[in-house]
Ligand binder design. Structure first.
Ligand code: NAP
Length: 488
């Protein structure tokens, strides 16, 4: 069945985006995976459950479209991405509603995500026409070096549930701009947004087979089958470090190029000389965007001794004032967690820290159901050995630690296998930059609690990932350099 535009007043209806797999520009009917509303625990819709034969179909569809797509002019690819950007904005309110329904995040967060997600299409519409090449002289001066960038080939894109729109556009945008066809496997918890975006892509003029979307209850089996196909040359994954490690090993079997956006454990450093109100504003954004379910979420607040107590008191006041409820309710500021298991994990980390002597200033216990709610929580006096200090909390819990010296703060901040995001608040810019230089992290927020921007290179060091998404280099993750040795 061909894809048809959906009228505005029906676009946010979950069942309309649950018609089957989207392969080769057609809906292949199917069912099997329940999509749950985390605010109620009820089933919103059922989506198709792809098997191994669907994996082959998706690669075939991408392969059939590949030659024509890479030959399409950069300007034409850009125009399609640009139309997709406009369509996302036209449907922004319905997309936000769909995200709030299946992911649970509060509508203001969902609206912010749609705007951010659409910007990747605009940014890469602009970058498509600026794919770089190089011309150099050899050091001997007697020969020439010409470097061209070519689309890498079919790309498998695997995305998490916490940003169902943005994690997809952050990959689809540069891949299409580069001239690659893609197979998107969204998270099982939030497939409706991905299918809704596929509809908009078709309306924008994305040719059949250039973007394929499949959901599966067997992510390992289906993605391993795709990775094993020699026509697939790229894996772009966003998700946990644990799954990233498994996929890297799998991709190694056929030496597939990998970009990995993995887990985080962001430190948030506040020095005595910081503007306290600005630090609190930043802390609320860095902690509570998406109710704490973000890879860049501040996981560990390190606050200097002189302002520690004042910071904790003020943060507690702000966190306790937040309204918790279903993401789709207009007054909600903190929506439900994604699953019951997510609530259980947060509960384990908080309870464990409390039994080790941590003080809980607000929150600290899951809220009664239905739905998977955990309240905004602030804790301090946490021993460094508590798991909450080294595991991703992924929830609305601010864990605050005290420090005295700059060296001590840096050493505590770097004491983690992760290195995605870090934040520094100080009134002394020289200090902030000096500290930022020593933090082992791919991204540093200086007096800012929000760093995501399509124009910036997003990514981590250490076990937070490989490669960068966004920015001017993001497109090169989907390209191979080809070197011509030239004499003339
Ligand atoms: P996840 O459990 O790693 O899942 C991510 C994706 O991988 C989902 O689509 C999942 O499919 C799939 N998957 C799971 N096991 C797989 C396997 N063996 N083979 C192939 N695919 C597999 O992560 P999540 O819980 O969705 O997301 C939260 C994590 O993502 C956090 O650690 C967070 O920090 C990280 N994250 C990182 C960034 C970044 O940019 N660095 C951004 C956002 C999130 P199913 O849903 O079907 O299981």
């Amino acid at each position: 069945m061909k894809i048809e535009p959906i009228p505005h007043n029906q676009f946010a209806t979950p069942s309309l985006h649950a018609q089957g797999l989207y392969i080769g520009g057609e809906w292949l009917p199917g069912q099997g995976i329940d999509v749950i509303n985390p605010a109620t625990g009820e089933v919103l819709a059922q989506v198709a459950d792809a098997g191994l034969e669907d994996a082959v179909k998706a690669v075939n569809a991408a392969d059939s479209a590949a030659l024509q797509w890479r030959k399409t002019s950069a300007r034409e690819r850009a125009e399609i991405l640009r139309r997709w950007f406009h369509l996302m904005n036209e449907h922004a309110e319905e997309l936000a509603h769909l995200i709030a329904l299946e992911n649970g995040k509060a509508l203001p967060d969902a609206r912010g995500e749609v705007a951010y997600a659409a910007e990747f299409f605009r940014w890469y519409a602009e970058e498509a026409a600026r794919i770089p090449g190089e011309f150099r002289h050899t050091p001997s001066g007697s020969h020439h070096i010409l470097v061209d960038h070519e689309p890498i080939g079919i790309a498998l894109l695997i995305t998490p549930w916490n940003f169902p729109a943005a994690m997809a556009t952050r990959k689809i945008g540069p891949a299409l701009a580069a001239g690659c066809c893609v197979i998107l496997k969204p998270a099982s918890e939030t497939p409706l947004t991905a299918y809704a975006m596929a509809r908009l892509g078709a309306q924008a003029g994305v040719p059949d087979g250039v973007v394929n979307v499949l959901t599966t209850s067997d992510p390992a089996g289906v993605t391993n089958a795709i990775l094993a196909d020699p026509r697939v040359r790229k894996l772009s994954f966003t998700g946990s470090t644990a799954v990233g490690r498994i996929l890297l090993a799998e991709a190694a079997k056929s030496v597939v190029s990998c970009s990995m956006e993995l887990g985080g454990n962001a430190p948030f450093l506040v020095f005595d000389d910081a503007d306290l109100d600005a630090a609190l504003d930043g802390a609320m954004v860095a902690k509570m965007r998406n109710a704490g379910e973000a890879c860049t979420a501040a996981n560990r607040f390190y606050v200097q001794d002189g302002i520690h107590d004042e910071f904790v008191a003020a943060l507690t006041q702000r966190m306790a004032a937040l309204t918790v409820g279903p993401g789709t309710e207009p007054q909600t500021q903190v929506g439900p967690m994604i699953t019951a298991a997510a609530v259980a994990k947060i509960d384990r980390l908080v309870t464990d820290a409390a039994t080790r002597g941590a003080r809980v200033h607000t929150g600290g216990r899951p809220l009664p159901g239905p739905g998977y709610f955990y309240p905004p929580t602030v804790m301090d006096n946490i021993p460094a050995t508590a798991p909450i200090a080294y595991e991703e909390i992924f929830g609305p819990v601010a864990a605050v630690y005290r420090f005295n010296t700059e060296d001590e703060a840096i050493s505590m901040a770097n004491d983690t296998e992760y290195g995605l995001a870090a934040y520094v608040y100080s009134g002394d810019m020289a200090r902030a930059l000096r500290v930022g230089k020593r933090l082992e992290s791919g991204m540093i927020g200086i007096n800012r609690g929000l760093m995501s921007d399509p124009a910036a290179p997003f990514g981590g060091v250490k076990q937070s990932g490989l490669g960068r998404e966004g920015g001017v280099t993001g497109i090169l993750e989907f390209m191979e350099a080809k070197y011509f040795a030239v004499d003339f």
